[in-house]
Design a protein around this ligand. Structure first.
Ligand SMILES: Cc1cc2nc3c(=O)[nH]c(=O)nc-3n(C[C@H](O)[C@H](O)[C@H](O)COP(=O)(O)O)c2cc1C
Length: 206
């Protein structure tokens, strides 16, 4: 198959691309609106951008030509929380992704608990095993999508998940998004040491 993005309708292009870039981690993003209500929704156009400063990025598309509630809230408060989605949160996470009106509190809707953050206005999802408090670092406008870059200001992780300062993926049981309405759980975990290249190796190859 050969695909020309320019002549492919938007929906088909979206379906193709989200089935190619897999598996994608899911940022369950909680925010606070200026009227005091809370919002939470999943975003899988999500990744780590930099370690220092610790930056994370999510891309938020338009809905009917207008910003989604999550983006509006991030602009208003200047912050958000990325909550990690584990297998136990799958059904509730999907429920919050409905196109609910702005005044609907998706915490109440899905039976999730909003927990106060330490440094930001946005609440955390208590049921999430890892919660990352972020301040808006910058926004990059791509027309039909906005890349939101957040700087991590506080991380909360369940103690039992941590071994030597890192998160044990087997204990975490992260959920990932595939194409269509498919999701993946963690399969086999491989450990592969990176080659240690010395200056002598460089000369040998030259
Ligand atoms: C697993 C999953 C991942 C999603 N990823 C994105 C994404 O990366 N960007 C986006 O704009 N919408 C994404 N969506 C759709 C939003 O979650 C959906 O539009 C939601 O209603 C937005 O909520 P809000 O209006 O409260 O911000 C995703 C939905 C699901 C179920």
């Amino acid at each position: 198959m050969i695909l020309d993005p320019g002549s492919t309708p938007g929906r088909a292009l979206h379906q193709f691309l989200i089935s190619v870039v897999v598996p994608r981690p899911i940022a369950f993003v909680s925010t606070a609106g200026s009227a005091g209500h809370f919002n939470v929704a999943p975003f899988s156009y999500f990744n780590l951008i930099s370690t220092r400063p610790p930056l994370l990025g999510i891309a938020i598309g338009l809905r009917a030509g207008a910003p989604k509630d999550t983006l509006r809230n991030i602009r208003e408060s200047g912050d958000f929380v990325i909550n990690v989605v584990d297998e136990s949160l799958a059904a509730r996470m999907v429920q919050t992704s409905g196109e609910w009106p702005a005044e609907v509190d998706e915490f109440e809707l899905s039976g999730l608990t909003a927990l106060a953050s330490e440094l930001v206005r946005a609440p955390r999802v208590q049921e999430s095993p890892i919660q990352l408090e972020c301040r808006l670092h910058r926004e990059v406008d791509f027309g039909e999508a906005t890349l939101v870059v957040g700087e991590l200001v506080r991380a909360h992780a369940r103690d039992e998940l941590i071994t030597d300062g890192t998160v044990d993926p087997i204990q975490l049981r992260p959920l990932a998004r595939l194409g269509g309405d498919a999701y993946a759980t963690l399969g086999r975990v491989l450990h592969l040491a990176r080659p240690r290249v010395t200056p002598a190796d460089g000369r040998a190859g030259a």
